[in-house]
Design a binder for this molecule. Sequence first.
Ligand code: MLC
Ligand code: AMP
Length: 510
Amino acid sequence: MKPADPADWVDEAARRYPERVFLKADTGRELSYTSLHDESGRFASALMRRGVRAGERVAAQVDKSAEAVLLYVACLRMGAVFVPINVANTPAEVDYFLRDSQPRIAILRPTDLASLEPLARRAQIPHIETLGTDGGGSLAELARQSGTEFPRSKSESADAPAAIVYTSGTTGRSKGAMLTRANLATNAAALIETWRFTGRDVLLHALPLFHVHGLCAAINTVLASASGLVLLPKFDAALALKHLPQATVYMGVPTHYTRLLRLPKLNREAVAGMRLFISGSAPLLAQTHREFLQRTGHAILERYGMTEALMITSNPCDGARVPGSVGTPLPGIAVRVANSETGAVETAVDVVGTLEVKGPNVFAGYWRDADKTRGEFTADGWFKTGDLGRIDSAGYVHIVGRAKDLVISGGYNVYPKEVEAELDAVPGVLESAVFGVPHPDFGEGVSAAVVLKSGAALSETELIEVLRTRLAAYKVPKRVVFVDELPRNAIGKVQKKALRAAFRSLYRPN
Ligand code: MLC
Ligand code: AMP
């Protein structure tokens, strides 16, 4: 059966289960599927009153709230392209996203209006509105004054983009991944099947809404299965633990699980009503898997995904959840291993190479960057993930590393190139290398080795402070070490492996 278009998820659920609770916020706010239909309709009407039409971009840098979810749902229903922006991004970063995505409207936090409006004006964005939490902001006001019905365009093509999600790249410049309606629809259907979502499920949502984990894997799966959502403003281990009794499913990054494990009250009783714990976005240590099982009786289900391909593989609900493996490809999706040097496809089991993926989950390309898009696909149309892995005899995928120079900190991707460019621009810095080493909380800690120009006197704190004005806080190195020279190989390439080995214990007191 063809999966329903995202525009129909809400109509369908509101028609069949009008009274069912869609969302409960920790503030006590509650939305039934009928209210979701009506309130998202008002947001769609409000956007249309600002001239937004199907296919046009709606950029949003807003705090997580029920209203932020309504805005996203409104975009899905009217065929507008949702462009979420991380709230941690600095004005310099936001400036780039606004100029690059060319939205019809930018929606900002009320507190950011004064600092960001000039940027949005310079980017020639026709409309700028604000959205606060708990009903604040000019867009929420406009929605209140708008009707619940809006003119529906003819059904959108399945290949039309539904969202552009920015992801940094090895070149240092972020690229917008265009996710189509079919990407969203088929991935939600595959996850419902694999994770056995039903209308009786309630997902405890503590992830940000500006990445595919919290937006697509979480919200879309709930919408497409007409299940429920308990929405927390952000991850806080104690708050999450408090709300677990209202939920049946939890999705998180490994840092969520290690932080939950630090709470003495996490035990079998605390998770008595839970059906499933899911982890992704970064490697889950087998040790975390084991500890969680011991404390709660739940084997965390690990899955693997990326912005350009949504969710790709998953361990099963029924069947072996193998610690250290990300499971098998989701229904309709194929994964293969290619030789990292030659690109030749490896057919033998357990051979390590670059993982490639093909299926209806794979994005339509990078926004306004056809060259970059071409470079990420093989000649026979497979998407090159840049992850290194092997497939075992049972068909389970094991990720063993990355071909791409990337640090994953607390589930956020940090591309060293972007951080190095900012470090190298600081007067007094000769050159730098950014790398990741084990970090007890974030999995990997973003770290920098810096060579100063002769005579320059810069401290670690000073460098970190400069970077904080340029980059989102999660990208800023937690530690900067000064070295006389960077380790290089015979052809002059910086040896990150040597840096990782030398500074392996940077965050581990010996
Ligand atoms: C916050 N900080 C981080 C950080 N998150 N630093 C490094 N890495 C991170 N991930 C900074 C804060 O700005 C703050 O800086 C300091 O660290 C301490 O903050 P905190 O209060 O401890 O952080 P917290 O707000 O609790 O955030 C931690 C977190 C969050 C793990 C809850 O990072 C998070 O929600 N991560 C999930 C990311 C995610 O959704 N990824 C999915 C990508 S999609 P200071 O110095 O100002 O105090 C994807 C595809 C897929 O990957 O497969 O899913
Ligand atoms: P992003 O580009 O932010 O969407 O991040 C995608 C990347 O996160 C992938 O290419 C992987 O490197 C990594 N990733 C996602 N899930 C997992 C996982 N379960 N285990 C290891 N790495 C993961």
